[in-house]
Ligand binder design. Structure first.
Ligand code: AMP
Ligand code: ZN
Ligand code: FE
Ligand code: FE
Length: 285
């Protein structure tokens, strides 16, 4: 399969990915990527390690990033942030708070599962999550491991999906708050995987106002038709058309490998130029 020069959406073991940041960077380099963004869910703790690992590969630009989970009344919306000043104390405080709420929420989901006859140990969930912020994928893996379900997807279809019996909401933050939070931490906010949003137009207007600079157009299994529709949306709202694989390294039917999403390089260059312009990136030596 042809490979892209950039992948702007990836997860490491610091959220629900399988590879450590070092392994992720090494894999990206071996695939010939020139730009890689690490975008763990609600967590930036893998960035220092990734930057360190990327020093070995001068041809690879590692973008410090994050993917924030946010909530609308009817759906979950993810917002990516690129080139962010991840050490910003106010930003870290907010992330800390969101992560702690994930722990309580994970325990509540386990309690619901127990009432449904599925007993999992919190200890095991924590082991699976490792350094990562506890999420539904970790619970799904524990269910699979204990033989309660026959596939990862089944955990979501039967129990953990929104509106399914073991689902519990996370602490809420709106997409506009996330865009603001990222902007306050010098990040460049981009709306993640927007194909299936129920009512994207008013949301895009609101987010653009709050500082959104792009949307994902090239993503996982997006069809050519979906890509063309999203390109038009990006163009109309003056947003950069970006994207990536959302690589987690855990397999499953939707998994795409690093660099497997054909992302045109020009918008990536525009993203980097914007980062330079805002002095979020040192000019190349
Ligand atoms: P959480 O942040 O704990 O709510 O978990 C969200 C993550 O669960 C997403 O980023 C996906 O990786 C995964 N996920 C959500 N829905 C599904 C689904 N229907 N099938 C497989 N994975 C899912
Ligand atoms: Zn994930
Ligand atoms: Fe996402
Ligand atoms: Fe993701």
């Amino acid at each position: 399969m042809a490979s892209s020069k950039a992948d702007l959406h990836t997860h490491s073991s610091y959220s629900d990915g399988l590879l450590t940041p070092t392994e992720l960077v090494e894999r990206a380099a071996s695939k010939g990527l020139e730009v890689l963004a690490l975008t763990d869910h609600d967590c930036t703790d893998g960035i220092a390690e990734a930057l360190e690992a990327a020093q070995k590969y001068p041809q690879l630009l590692l973008i410090p990033g994050v993917e924030l989970s946010t909530d609308m009344p009817q759906e979950e919306v993810h917002v990516l942030g690129y080139f962010l000043d991840w050490r910003n104390p106010a930003f870290q405080d907010r992330l800390d708070h969101l992560r702690r709420s994930r722990i309580e929420r994970g325990q509540k989901m386990l309690a619901k599962l127990r009432r449904l006859g599925i007993a999992l140990s919190w200890q095991r969930i924590k082991e699976i999550a490792g350094d990562g912020a506890v999420g539904r994928p970790h619970i799904a893996l524990a269910m699979l491991e204990a033989g309660h379900i026959s596939s990862f997807e089944e955990a979501f279809d039967l129990y953990l999906g929104r509106n399914k019996p073991a689902y519990v909401e996370r602490e809420k933050i709106t997409p506009a708050e996330a865009v603001q939070l990222l902007t306050d931490a010098s990040g460049l906010p981009v709306l993640a995987h927007p194909r299936d949003l129920l009512n994207p137009e008013p949301l895009l207007v609101e987010l653009k106002e709050a500082g959104l600079i792009g949307i994902e157009v090239y993503y996982q299994d997006y069809s050519q038709q979906a890509i063309e529709r999203l390109l038009e949306v990006a163009h109309r709202h003056d947003l950069l058309p970006l994207g990536g694989s959302d690589f987690h390294g855990i397999g499953g039917e939707h998994e795409r490998d690093l660099g497997d999403i054909l992302l045109p390089f020009e918008p990536v260059e525009q993203l980097i130029a914007l980062a330079r312009q805002r002095q979020l990136l040192q000019a190349s030596p």
